[in-house]
Design a binder for this molecule. Structure first.
Ligand SMILES: [Fe+2]
Length: 410
């Protein structure tokens, strides 16, 4: 992972590249910082190797914060003038990307703090909600043609300009395009710790038959026996999170998290199910059969709030019990599709047909070897998530807040 100050410097670096390009006479803050805070952009010159970010003690936290303040100040001045700029529209688009990029790093910062400090970090944790209802079984979803992806036109014609200014989607969510789905079933709730504990107790990690070859190899080389942050104490499984160490038996009704795609797939096979494709997930999350239309969120077009899903502003710093957000259900009765845990799908992270890159090296260069996750997590900022949002990680990764729900053929 990266040291926290790296995220702080890197998100400012992104804006400094905008100043360098569009602000006449802007003087680079420090060549050294350009090297240390560039992440992976070949187009922006040499950079420190990712695994080495944590090995350098310079720039210090104070120096990094001073850099951030400097960029903020220049950016504020730049923004006052930007409407007069010939390229105002494309600059505003890059700035919006910069803000979305910063929100992505806010979430990564939560993962990194958890990995480095976990319960030693004094997170300002809000009281957890209670499960209001029991959520069980699978929803039946009809197949047929489905329009996958993001469209800013939506159903009611072009939205007014002031609405368009607020809307955002990454290039990888576009264009909206037709896919054909078979009829399918999908879990109404994410797979819980209780469900997953059954898999462990049933010898799931000891039996090759549930695993992809790559998964079985990881089980053996990494000695996987349970999700990340699970540990055994006196023969009992415990989960460590920002609030401390808990017995799994006190968290049976919470979504399982920090599992890899390989583990999610093994569980699904053991359970006689499979993971959904991203198109199946998106239909279950966004489509209203009554309206015959997609909506922005499972519950409709209103933005997320405290009662609709568990995102970063809820302040839980962890998952919420299954059944805590009945108001956030989709028309199919699926719950907690937005927030709590990113959900693995079987879909490879590849460009949609008709994809056009809107920013070099941002999304387009990652279209190989990764799997798509949907829905956001408790660490995702509210304004940053949509049902069409495509996150992506390698199949063996589990340091992010990743869980899943299963699907099945009908
Ligand atoms: Fe970045």
């Amino acid at each position: 992972m990266s040291p926290p100050r790296w995220h702080i410097g890197h998100t400012s670096w992104f804006f400094e590249t905008v100043l360098q390009k569009y602000q006449p006479g802007y003087k680079t803050y420090s060549e050294d910082f350009l090297f240390f805070f560039n992440s992976y952009y070949e187009g922006f010159g040499q950079r420190i190797e990712r695994p080495k970010r944590g090995t350098r003690s310079r720039p210090t936290v104070a120096e990094t914060v001073a850099y951030r303040a400097h960029i903020d100040e220049h950016m504020a001045r730049f923004l006052e003038q930007v409407s007069h700029h010939d390229e105002a529209q494309s600059i505003l688009e890059i700035l919006r990307l910069g803000l979305e990029h910063e929100m992505q790093h806010q979430e990564l910062l939560v993962y990194d703090i958890k990995h480095l400090l976990c319960d030693q970090f004094d997170a300002p944790i809000a009281a957890a909600p209670r499960a209001i209802e029991t959520v069980s079984g699978m929803a039946e979803v009809d197949g047929g043609l489905f329009e996958l992806g993001y469209s800013d036109g939506r159903d009611a014609g072009e939205p007014p300009a002031e609405m368009r200014a607020l809307q955002f989607a990454f290039d990888n969510e576009k264009p909206l395009h037709k896919v054909f789905l078979q009829d399918f079933l999908i879990d109404r709730a994410p797979v819980s710790n209780g469900d997953y504990l059954e898999f462990i107790k049933n010898g799931g990690y000891q039996n090759f038959r549930w695993w992809h070859s790559a998964g079985w190899e990881r089980v053996n080389t990494e000695q996987w026996q349970a999700p990340l942050y699970w540990e055994q104490k006196d023969g009992e499984w415990m989960i460590r999170d920002f609030a401390g160490l808990h017995q799994v038996k006190d968290k049976l009704n919470e979504p399982v998290s920090h599992v890899s795609f390989l583990e999610a797939s093994a569980y699904a096979k053991w359970a006689g199910k499979r993971l959904p494709t991203e198109a199946e997930w998106e239909k279950a999350a966004s489509f209203s059969p009554a309206l015959n239309a997609k909506r922005e969120f499972p519950w409709g077009d209103a933005p997320p709030d405290d009662n609709l899903g568990n995102l970063f502003e809820n302040g839980l710093w962890g998952v919420a019990p299954i059944g805590s957000f009945p108001d956030g259900r989709s028309p199919y009765g699926c719950q907690q599709m937005i927030g709590d845990v990113w959900e693995w799908t079987t879909s490879d992270y590849t460009p949609y047909p008709g994809f056009k890159s809107e920013f070099d090296e941002y999304n387009d260069k990652w279209f190989v070897g990764q799997k798509v996750l949907r829905g956001g997590s408790f660490a995702t900022p509210r304004v940053h998530i949509r049902t069409t949002y495509r996150n992506f990680f390698h199949p063996e990764e589990r340091w992010m807040v990743s869980g899943f729900r299963c699907a099945k053929d009908r």
